[in-house]
Write a protein of this length. Structure first.
Lengths: 173, 429
């Protein structure tokens, strides 16, 4: 019986402690507007990038550094995304920046360059708006197990162990 | 006992299998999420229709002034669409112009045109010399235009001087009498800016002069400077609940008056022909989103740049610069607007900061986020799975307040401003 109580307590502790830690209020240091998160602004301002597999693949691998925009001669806008982590690459894409917020066809071309390269509009893009392949690209051997399954597995294991302990206790008594 | 244990073990194995089997069977390299299973948010939401995030306001139609409508406004006359207003016969005297009033000089006083723009000998010939024109029009007020006219003919003249809003097709005439040859006279014309018959934005100004009982036109022309029509902020129109604090051009957005026309006229072009504050504010949000360039540099991250700084540095910045310019434009067109900082806790538990603004329209604060091109949808932040949206109003900027930062450079720190916490407003949470 003691063992069961002990396990139950451990279960409660490992459930409650992380939840309590994540629920701690934001830090007291002021966060001023403009010092905010460039990632939120990229997805807020150019939410259609989420529909482009090349860009999302790059972001998944390199992160989002201090990105910026520039007007292009042809009236388009070029978006420059340096890496957040050192991955030896940088990404540039051009966009009409008009139309439906979520429409990825606003993206005209995507270039992935070496970190030391200087972007030029005349470079050969690795993606142009004529392409239709938007398959999500993941690194080889990537295993993406959603957290819901991990939690389910842990709960199942805990139940199993509890059952075994009950069995043992019944046997000893 | 053995039977019970067997049942328990079987139950546990089934439970584990129910969790693990779908993962093992359905997972592959291209799509790690099993078909029919709930994956990450972006996957199960799929392509989202964000059109509801930006509410496009319905334009409010403006009633065109006609003879029947003009009866309600004594002194106002409908101008024939056949009346021509030639350009190029006047220029702005910058030295003698001030905020809201421009001195315009007429460089071809001898030019004689009739109502159809046809040149010909007219006598008497009354022409303009110069005038002081009020170009900043507040709706439902009277703006006085002063024009010095000169009798270029050989006989005494009497007639009318019409000041006209060319786009709106109506004007106000004022009579002059017994103008002797070779003399001049100043005519003051009280022009009515009629909000219900006119939109805000760019308003080409013109006037013409007639002589005699048959109203022969001796001069007509369009002014080199366009007027700008703005909303009225009195108690019966679009009042500011903070007594004008949300309309100050020299607050956070401190452009000097001498530069006012450039910024105000850009705002007027951006929101031209809009006729409700809601529609105007939406147009300005759209304009900021399309014309500003997001540049995530130290300058824009650490400072809140003034509107003049942004205009002089290529329309670049981050969210607070986008909001600052939107506020400067909105205020210049008479829409009370306030600058807000917003922080939230994102999905991973980190706090983030962002800058937005709100307009005071019809007694309520209307949300606007020009960086993200979101209008009147304060729930957009919670819809992105953020929590604890906390708002702070920043006001009364003074570059001298924070002594560790040089003053007068157009770059402000947030310590230079008064922060007024508004808390977790219900509309955002």
């Amino acid at each position: 019986m003691r063992t069961i109580v002990l396990f139950t307590l451990i279960l409660i502790v490992i459930t409650i402690v992380p939840a309590t830690v994540t629920a701690i209020p934001p830090p007291a240091t002021p966060i001023y507007p403009g010092m905010g998160d460039a990632v939120s602004d990229l997805y807020g301002r150019h939410s259609y990038v989420k529909g482009n597999s090349v860009i999302m693949g790059y972001i998944g691998e390199c992160g989002i550094g201090r990105w910026y925009e520039k007007g292009m001669d042809n009236g388009l806008l070029s978006i420059h995304i340096p890496p957040e982590y050192s991955c030896g690459k940088q990404l540039v894409f051009s966009t009409t920046h008009a139309g439906e917020r979520e429409d990825p066809s606003q993206i005209r071309a995507v270039w992935i360059l070496n970190a030391s390269e200087t972007w030029s509009e005349s470079m050969e893009p690795i993606y142009s708006s004529g392409e239709t392949d938007r398959t999500r690209q993941l690194p080889d051997n990537a295993v993406n197990i959603p957290p819901i399954f991990v939690a389910g597995g842990i709960i199942a294991l805990v139940i199993c162990i509890t059952f075994v302990l009950i069995e043992r206790r019944n046997r000893s008594s | 006992m053995k039977k019970t244990r067997g049942r328990l073990l079987l139950f546990a194995v089934l439970l584990l299998a129910a969790v693990i089997a779908p993962i093992a069977s359905a997972m592959n390299e291209t799509d790690p999420t099993p078909p029919g299973w709930v994956g990450h948010f972006d996957q199960w939401a799929g392509q989202k229709d964000m059109s509801a995030f930006s509410i496009l306001p319905t334009p409010v139609p403006i009633r065109k002034m006609d003879a029947e409508a003009a009866k309600a406004y004594p002194g106002v006359e409908v101008i024939s669409p056949n009346m021509k207003f030639p350009t190029g016969n006047n220029f702005v005297d910058v030295k003698n112009s001030s905020m809201k009033v421009a001195k315009i000089i007429f460089d071809k006083p001898a030019l004689k045109t009739d109502a159809h723009g046809k040149k010909g000998p007219l006598d008497p010939s009354v022409v303009p010399e110069y005038g002081y024109f009020n170009w900043y029009w507040t709706q439902d007020t009277v703006v006085t235009q002063n024009i010095s006219i000169y009798n270029n003919g050989s006989s005494t003249a009497s007639g009318l001087v019409y000041f006209v809003s060319i786009e709106d097709g109506f004007g106000t005439p004022v009579a002059y009498t017994n103008l002797a040859p070779g003399t001049n006279q100043t005519v003051s014309i009280p022009f009515q800016v009629i909000g219900s018959q006119s939109s805000v934005g760019i308003k080409p100004m013109g006037f013409f002069i007639t002589v005699g009982p048959s109203h022969i036109v001796t001069w007509s022309g369009q002014l080199e400077l366009n007027a700008i029509e703005k909303y009225n902020n009195d108690a019966t129109h679009l009042p500011d609940p903070d007594g004008g604090d949300n309309l100050e051009t020299s607050d956070l957005y401190h452009f000097p008056f001498s530069e006012g026309y450039a910024i105000i006229s850009e705002a007027a072009r951006a929101a031209d022909n809009t006729s409700s504050p809601y529609e105007t504010a939406y147009k300005l949000n759209e304009y900021m989103n399309n014309t500003m360039h997001y540049v995530n540099s130290d300058t824009y991250l650490l400072y809140a740049a003034s509107d003049l700084y942004v205009k002089n540095h290529g329309n670049e910045g981050v969210c607070d610069e986008f909001s600052t310019i939107d506020i400067a434009f909105s205020r210049s067109l008479g829409i009370p607007s306030r600058f807000l900082g917003i922080t939230w806790v994102n999905q991973t538990g980190y706090s983030e900061g962002h800058a937005i603004l709100e307009h005071r329209i019809a007694g309520a604060w209307v949300h606007s986020d020009p960086t993200w091109h979101i209008f009147n949808n304060p729930r957009v932040y919670s819809l992105k799975n953020n929590t604890h949206m906390n708002l702070t109003r920043y006001t009364d900027a003074d570059d001298n307040r924070f002594s560790l930062d040089p003053a007068g450079d157009g770059l402000l720190r947030y310590e230079d401003m008064i922060a007024e916490p508004l808390g977790e407003l219900p509309g955002y949470n």
